[in-house]
Design a protein around this ligand. Structure first.
Ligand SMILES: CC(C)(COP(=O)(O)OP(=O)(O)OC[C@H]1O[C@@H](n2cnc3c(N)ncnc32)[C@H](O)[C@@H]1OP(=O)(O)O)[C@@H](O)C(=O)NCCC(=O)NCCSC(=O)C(=O)O
Length: 403
């Protein structure tokens, strides 16, 4: 689908977001707000060439002569529907522009190290004193308070500090991070939720507020069942590879031509699975009849199932289990996933026109939100560095920065 300026609408149409964030967590939040219709002004540092991820290659959209542009794949993953405005906020003139933009904005999002914006008088206390209706969201590694608040933080550190790495990987292997910056992405999601709730409060009361979000706080909040498993039992959750601490069988199993995933969530599904194996009595065996017994006898059952499944082909198990209503599925590569008929039916891959790159458009991952009345819109491809500076300053009636 190729979207155009004319479709610019959406539930957040009219909301202006002043985006002082960079890298992934903050940009994820502001991209979602942009998809929902907000005008997002992304402020980039002219001294460094902008958002750090513009340099996070090796994959780039290429200019028509084949040269890489400043649109790295990483940058493009979280910066559509934004205008890039190059402003040096270390100068008084730049700070003055940011203050003028903040006066027109509904939301400010930033991810400087705590205290980093106070020296420019662009911190929450200063901007919200001047504009009490402003929703101001600060993203940091560890939060604005606490003994570690001064520390910079990247996704990897959050996944290590917050416990998720200790749970990810094989029992006898090293701790592993999740394959993408999930701590950043989840922090961005929470930022979006926080901003939307704060806008609702502001609409009712006129009152803005400060949202203080940390990569580490959000990562610990999504330890979900494993966090509570520990709090309830005092037992340390361990790495289990693909297995589940609270459900059996729920794992990857090898078949003759690869692996597939089996996710049996209740006893009726287990019965149907055993029927498929041609071993209906297994589901009534006292060691395996209930999920609790299956957890207790996990090792014996898993070994029995590994032996039983190895001679099937992937298509045999996947088709057979689907027919019996047993949750199971493939382990796709990214290519396989994005080329599934499901991805195609759900507009998972989108295309937005960009006349400065080869082919005249960029391919991105679509927003998964499907609204019945106010669909998300794809109005702007990810911007080149500073591409909209002049237009934005003119549109907001602001004099350009003094060089
Ligand atoms: C991301 C960081 C580790 C980057 O660390 P640093 O680069 O050392 O710190 P800062 O953010 O303070 O920015 C460095 C300097 O750039 C300056 N700076 C920034 N923007 C501007 C503009 N527009 N103009 C002029 N100067 C600027 C800023 O004032 C600092 O100046 P001086 O003060 O003079 O040095 C940190 O910002 C951080 O912890 N942020 C919060 C958590 C977070 O968002 N982490 C990344 C998630 S994404 C991720 O992890 C992933 O993708 O993987």
């Amino acid at each position: 689908m190729v979207a155009s300026e004319e479709t610019a609408n959406g539930p957040l149409h009219g909301i202006v977001v002043l985006d002082l964030s960079r890298i992934l967590a903050g940009p994820t939040a502001t991209q979602i707000l942009g998809d929902l219709g907000a005008t997002v002004l992304k402020i980039e540092n002219p001294k460094s060439g902008g958002d750090d991820t513009r340099a996070w290659g090796p994959n780039y959209a290429r200019a028509s002569n084949g040269d890489p542009t400043d649109l790295s794949a990483y940058f493009m993953s979280s910066n559509r529907n934004k205008k890039s405005v190059a402003i040096d906020i270390a100068t008084p003139a730049g700070q003055d522009i940011i203050r003028q933009l903040a006066a027109r904005a509904d939301v400010v999002i930033e991810n400087f190290k705590p205290g980093g914006l106070a020296k420019y008088r662009l911190d929450h206390a200063t901007l919200c004193a001047a504009h009490p209706g402003l929703v101001y969201c600060s993203i940091s590694g560890f939060g604005q308070t606490g003994p570690n608040s001064h520390r910079p933080g990247y996704d990897l550190m959050a996944q290590g500090y917050g416990g998720i790495m200790s749970l990810t990987g094989e029992p006898d292997g090293q701790p592993l991070k999740v394959g993408v910056g999930i701590a950043d992405v989840m922090c961005g999601m929470y930022a979006t939720i926080g901003v939307l709730a704060a806008l609702r409060h502001r609409d009712q009361t006129g009152e803005g507020q400060h949202i203080d979000l940390a990569l580490v706080d959000t990562q610990m909040a999504w330890l979900v069942n494993e966090g509570i498993n520990f709090l309830t039992s005092g037992n340390l959750p361990e790495r289990r590879g693909n297995a589940h601490p609270n459900i059996v069988p729920y794992d990857a199993f090898q078949v003759e031509d690869g692996y597939f995933l089996l996710a049996v969530g209740n006893d009726a599904q287990f019965q149907r699975f055993c029927d498929f194996l041609g071993q209906p009595d297994l589901a009534r065996h006292p060691d395996y009849a209930t999920n609790l017994k299956r957890i207790e006898n996990r090792v014996a059952l898993t070994s029995l199932l590994r032996d039983a499944l190895i001679s099937y082909s992937k298509s045999e198990v996947l088709e057979g289990l689907e027919q019996r209503g047993v949750p199971a599925g493939p382990i796709n590569t990214v290519k396989e996933a994005l080329e599934t008929d499901q991805a195609s039916a759900r507009d998972t891959v989108i295309s937005i026109s960009k006349d400065t790159v080869q082919g005249g458009s960029v391919k991105l991952l679509g927003n998964p939100l499907k609204f019945s009345i106010t669909p998300v819109t794809y109005r702007h491809a990810p911007p080149h560095f500073g591409e909209d500076t002049q237009d934005v300053l003119e549109a907001f009636g602001i004099s350009p920065p003094i060089k």
